[in-house]
Design a protein around this ligand. Structure first.
Ligand code: GDP
Ligand code: MG
Length: 434
């Protein structure tokens, strides 16, 4: 995907001028990229038309190549389409704020209810969960188990009374106990059906929730889009939670749902665990849809692990290009601590390009272990001045780390390349396709 875009833009990137033909060629690639990312074809068509108009109307900027400029327009247009800024949860003027989760079976409602409670609890708010999916005893148990693990209160009445009764009692209880939020898990079916719609609509009337969040499986593609439309028309939704974004899905469904319903994505689910729910940032998803790696998410994750100050310093170093091998190895260590490597590494900016250019097949644990060994065999001075490492030093480092000079050389090359790419990415807008 990225490669395809890269190719398209490279072709006219080297030339000074963009002809309409070049542009159309590039937009064809954008169209394909979006279709592959599960964006609805109608949405794609409108989108590329808008970009085309803007691109043709745009004045040439000295600071950007035409390719960059087109990509910039595409990216900006994507961000706008996704709603611009990160949306916030609505709050009731008098607590509790009621949040209903609706959607098809298996989309991630129950999991997201627990995640949301966890998120609110972390903000020192006091959520109450309500188990209104009474059609499978397992559904109530699932939420009870999750709530217990998180130490969040839950209201449940098993499966013998109707959801409306449970919901009403839960609301009473929330008020009594001074909860700030009531999070209502509802029943979903595999497909849209009348009973489900009626039930959800009734709950909405009863509870008058501030938020009705449609929970969509990012992997479900067009099905999710159709369901979202149906729910929005029949029940009225206020936002979207896009789950399973940790998978391969590029999240194009978000664009389509947004275009079809007009409601913003509020959160994304990025794993099965209770803390795997993140606020939604349009610009990040736009980058992901374009297949550009997600520097910001990485930095955010890094923040949690490293603490704020460190991260600022890290960004500053990236920008200035003073990021050295000592930093490199510290980053690698932190990155390893952060969890599933594949997930993180694929978010690194320019990762695919590094992989392509340097012919590293996999950046895996072995790669890290070797890199670490090599850097540890350097003197502190060498780590700070990697460009000064000559043949003699290389040999010594190789001996010390049980590698050979060619491997040391390769690591240095990788480091320089990574630093270059990270630098342009942290300062410029999207010079990936230069
Ligand atoms: P519900 O039927 O809508 O309540 O869906 P569940 O909350 O029971 O979730 C269905 C399955 O999807 C469960 O196995 C969850 O663990 C899984 N799931 C939910 N959200 C995510 C997510 O963001 N990432 C991953 N990997 N799995 C998820
Ligand atoms: Mg459920």
């Amino acid at each position: 995907l990225t490669e395809r875009l890269q190719g398209a833009f490279k072709k006219f990137g080297s030339r000074g001028i963009v002809t309409e033909e070049d542009l159309d060629q590039a937009l064809r690639e954008v169209r394909m990229a979006m279709l592959e990312a599960d964006v609805n074809f109608r949405v794609v068509r409108e989108f590329t038309q808008r970009v085309r108009e803007k691109a043709l109307g745009a004045e040439v900027l000295r600071s950007l190549t035409p390719a960059q400029q087109v990509i910039d327009i595409v990216h900006q247009e994507l961000v706008d389409m996704l709603g611009g800024e990160a949306p916030k949860l609505a709050t009731a003027s008098r607590p509790p704020t009621v949040i209903m989760l609706v959607g098809l079976q298996g989309s991630g409602k129950t999991t997201s209810a627990a995640k949301l409670a966890n998120l609110l609890k972390k903000q020192r708010l006091r959520p109450l969960l309500a188990a209104c999916d009474i059609y499978r005893p397992a559904a109530v148990d699932q939420l009870v188990t999750l709530a217990r693990a998180l130490d969040v209160p839950i209201h449940e009445e098993g499966t013998s009374v109707g959801p409306a009764v449970i919901a009403q009692n839960a609301l009473e209880k929330a008020k009594r106990m001074g909860a700030t939020h009531l999070i209502v898990d509802t029943a979903g079916r595999l497909h849209i059906d009348e009973d489900m719609m009626n039930e959800v609509a009734e709950l909405r009337r009863l509870l008058q929730p501030e938020e009705v969040l449609f929970v969509a499986d990012a992997m479900a593609g067009q099905d999710a889009v159709n369901a979202a439309k149906e729910f929005h028309e029949r029940v009225g939704t206020t936002g979207l939670i896009l789950t399973k974004m940790d998978g391969d899905a590029r999240g194009g469904a978000a664009l389509s749902i947004r275009a079809v319903t007009g409601v913003p994505v509020k959160f994304i689910g990025v794993g099965e665990k209770a803390d795997a729910l993140e606020p939604f940032y349009p610009d990040r998803l736009a980058s992901r849809i374009l297949g550009m790696g997600d520097l910001l998410t990485l930095i955010e994750k890094a923040k949690e692990t490293m603490g704020e100050e460190d991260t600022e310093a890290f960004k500053e170093k990236l920008k200035k290009g003073t990021f050295d091998l000592q930093d490199f190895i510290e980053q690698l260590r932190k990155v390893r601590k952060m969890g599933p490597l594949g997930q993180l590494v694929s978010m690194l900016p320019g990762f695919n390009r590094i992989k392509m250019q340097l012919q590293v097949d996999e950046i895996d644990d072995r790669f890290f272990a070797q890199a670490e060994a090599i850097v540890l065999s350097m003197t502190p001075w060498e780590r700070r001045h990697p460009e000064k490492i000559d043949g003699k030093r290389r040999k010594r480092i190789a001996r010390g780390s049980g590698t050979d000079p060619a491997q040391v050389n390769q690591l240095l090359k990788q480091f320089f390349e990574a630093r270059k790419i990270a630098k342009t990415l942290s300062t410029g807008k999207m010079p990936l396709f230069r």
